[in-house]
Design a protein around this ligand. Structure first.
Ligand code: SF4
Ligand code: SF4
Ligand code: FES
Length: 243
């Protein structure tokens, strides 16, 4: 039975250390509307100021507070304890598939390097138009781009992906989702390089479509469909005879 919200005590196990380490247990009072991030903050402020973790916005905007909570990657500022505490217990670990800096803080450099590798930034071309582009909201391309544009870079999908765990070279769901939003950006002039970037060994063909990324994304983005879109775009390009 889940402990009643606003009363009782939570048993909180938190990973301490880096790749090598151990779980440390804290007893934290239950509070009404308490989030998992509230619990971590209380541990750090009231019990052990050396605990390392990351957060910034506390409102689901910045993507910095993700952790593994009772075995599943989640954003912690928008996860209520009452949704996840099994028998009044929380087990908090750093995101999987990332190097651990310390405790709950992970190294994000490789994750964002892969966005660059997937050509995940807008390419305006040599002579961008000076006027604002008009992109009808109902157009197919705009709808496809909008479906993935709200990514906050939290790393939850990357942490959940088996292929990332097996293959360090795999670009991963977030970088490929970003590439797909740009493939659908009618103003972008970097499509050929982008499709080249996502068609290599670590690109979209490596995805096995098990959908963990899509099931766990806190922003309800579906990287699996974005990756399927990239596969279609590559096929269409080869049917047109492009290299
Ligand atoms: S659908 Fe593809 S990208 Fe998403 S978790 Fe599975 S293998 Fe990874
Ligand atoms: S696609 Fe979703 S889970 Fe992945 S980084 Fe973006 S917001 Fe986070
Ligand atoms: S603290 Fe910014 S998304 Fe959680």
């Amino acid at each position: 039975m889940t402990a009643a919200e606003g009363s009782g005590t939570l048993g909180v196990e938190i990973w301490r250390g880096a790749e090598q380490g151990h779980f440390q247990t804290f007893a934290i009072p239950r509070r009404t509307h308490q989030t998992v991030l509230d619990v971590v903050t209380e541990v750090q402020r009231e019990h052990d100021s050396t605990l390392s973790y990351r957060f910034a916005c506390r409102v689901g905007m910045c993507g910095s507070c993700a952790m593994v909570v009772n075995g599943r990657p989640r954003w912690t500022c928008r996860t209520r304890v009452s949704e996840v505490a099994e028998d009044g217990r929380l087990r908090l670990e750093p995101l999987r598939n990332f190097a651990v800096v310390k405790d709950l803080a992970v190294e994000m450099t490789q994750f964002f390097d892969k966005w660059k590798e997937a050509k995940g930034s807008f390419e305006p071309g040599p002579e961008p138009k000076r006027d604002f582009a008009v992109v009808p909201p109902a157009s197919k391309e705009r709808q496809a781009a909008d479906a993935g544009i709200e990514c906050i870079g939290c790393g939850v999908c990357y942490s959940a992906c088996d292929v990332v765990a097996w293959d360090e070279g795999y670009l991963g769901p977030a970088a490929l989702n970003r590439a797909w939003t740009l493939v659908n950006d009618v103003r972008d002039r970097g499509q050929s390089d982008r499709l080249d970037a996502v068609s290599g060994g670590g690109g979209c063909q490596a995805c096995h479509t098990h959908m963990s990324c899509t099931s766990f994304c806190p922003k309800a983005i579906a990287p699996t469909y974005a990756i399927a879109g990239l596969k279609r775009a590559m096929l269409m390009r080869s049917l047109r005879g492009a290299p």
